[in-house]
Design a protein around this ligand. Structure first.
Ligand code: FAD
Ligand code: DHB
Length: 402
């Protein structure tokens, strides 16, 4: 470390902003190829390991964790389901993902568990994650020596990381995407008029697989975390205050929306975590500017109905790592220059699928009764046509990266 002006300066090959799924997977993928990186993260370790978010891993994400030697706890503790249930008009319909996709399963393993496994392994490998930084900023992106500047411990000493490339993996609100000049990027966006209220409850599982329910009172989703803890969601007004939702009100909506005509019932338990998230679809094109490459939520957002957010972030950095490996092996920039176009082809398909699942399953009062009936016809088609069910399954378990 040297002093440059008032900043302490250090060097690495790839400077990574953000220790979410994108940043952590990237650091591991690079390490396996002998490429150095440093991650800077503005929250502390307990915060990133405790934030409740996504739950479903695509099959190739599971395979990648295992190939990287990071899958041992996941293989012990995750829930592996052969499919999902679509519920509408009070009836359940099993979509046999495993049978329809040649053996790919649905893996339920919470995002913060993935984060815990990746952080622990990264630190064990001698990797560096600078937690709790403040005022992160990006500089000299048009040169071959881009820089990340930040303050240690939020308001401490200023440090700079000088690197060959910056990976902006800092989520939707991070500084990386805005570092691409506005004139150099196009943003595509759709904001939905509904959000999800998510809960964690201490109760045994009510059903052996995930249930996605279309109901006239709004969408509901039943998921799981462990034999003792369940995760459930209901569609709500994104601007609603969680204080308006008593536990009794939440359970009463869940019972109504998940009800069947065959006597199935939902098991209640104490609710120990609840919150509301808004929903949007968003894509930034391109995902590169000079020596900055953005990945994951920094570049795109999907509504959570397709369970794609985390997986998409990992897919981006797989593509990015291949470009970086090519550069460090041969000095060739071609594959890196293709990063944005390659990643966006897959991203747009995940955007399409997430939008499709969201519009098909949610109740949108702005839609006409005609449109609402079309969604029911779509569901009826999916559960009765092998071709339609196969298309849904193929997207849900994850499209190939290439
Ligand atoms: P993130 O996980 O957002 O990681 C970015 C990291 O960068 C964070 O740790 C952040 O602290 C850090 N950072 C931000 N700014 C700075 C800065 N200035 N300096 C340094 N570091 C910075 N997806 C689903 O599929 N299903 C779900 O149920 C679901 N629920 C969600 C609930 C919430 C509340 C949110 C926000 C997202 C949810 N998602 C869900 C989406 C999924 O969690 C994300 O797609 C996934 O986390 C993307 O990973 P990422 O690494 O790109 O970004
Ligand atoms: C979970 C989240 C999702 O967005 C989804 O589609 C399925 C499950 C979950 O948190 O368990």
């Amino acid at each position: 470390m040297v002093n440059r002006g008032r900043a302490r300066v250090r060097r690495t090959q790839v400077g990574i902003i953000g220790a979410g799924p994108a940043g952590l997977f990237l650091a591991h993928l690079l390490h396996r190829q002998g490429i150095e990186s440093v991650i800077v993260e503005n929250r502390n370790r307990a915060e990133i390991e405790g934030t409740i978010r996504a739950g479903v891993l695509e099959q190739w994400t599971v395979d990648l964790m295992n190939e990287m030697g990071l899958g041992a706890r996941m293989m012990r503790e995750a829930h592996f389901h052969s499919g999902i249930t679509l519920r509408f008009n009070g009836k359940s319909h099993h979509i046999d993902m495993e049978g329809l996709t040649g053996g790919k399963r649905v893996t339920v393993y919470a995002q913060h568990e993935v984060i815990r496994d990746l952080v622990a392994a990264r630190l064990e490998d001698g990797g560096e994650i600078v937690f709790n930084v403040g005022e992160t900023s990006l500089h000299d992106l048009d040169t071959d020596r881009p820089k990340i500047r930040y303050r240690r411990d939020r308001d401490g000493e200023v440090e700079e990381i000088h690197c060959d490339f910056i990976a902006g993996c800092d989520g939707f609100h991070g500084p990386s995407r805005p570092a691409i000049p506005e004139a150099a990027r196009t943003e595509y966006q759709k904001v939905y008029p509904f959000g999800w209220l998510g809960i964690l409850t201490e109760a045994p599982p009510s059903y052996p697989e995930l249930i996605y329910a279309n109901h006239e009172r709004g969408f509901a989703l039943l998921s799981t975390r462990s034999p003792e803890i369940q995760r459930l969601y209901i569609q709500c007004d994104p601007k609603d205050d969680i204080a308006n939702w008593s536990d009794d009100r939440i359970w009463s909506e869940l019972h109504a929306r998940l009800a069947t005509k065959d006597g199935w019932s939902l098991t209640e338990g104490p609710i120990f975590q609840k919150g509301i998230i808004a929903m949007r679809s968003f894509v930034c094109d391109p995902m590169q500017h000079g020596r900055l490459f953005i990945a994951g939520d920094a570049a795109h957002i999907v509504p959570p109905t397709g369970a794609k957010g985390l997986n998409l972030a990992v897919a981006d950095v797989v593509v990015l790592s291949r470009g970086l490996v090519d550069y460090y092996r041969s000095g060739r920039m071609e594959r890196l220059e293709q990063y944005s176009a390659t990643a966006l082809r897959r991203i747009w398909k995940a955007e399409r699928f997430s939008w499709y699942m969201t519009t098909m399953l949610h109740r949108n009062e702005a839609e006409t009764p005609f449109e609402q009936r079309i969604h029911l016809a779509d569901l009826d088609y999916v559960v009765h046509s092998r071709a339609a069910a196969t298309a849904l399954a193929e997207n849900y378990v994850g499209l190939p990266i290439d």
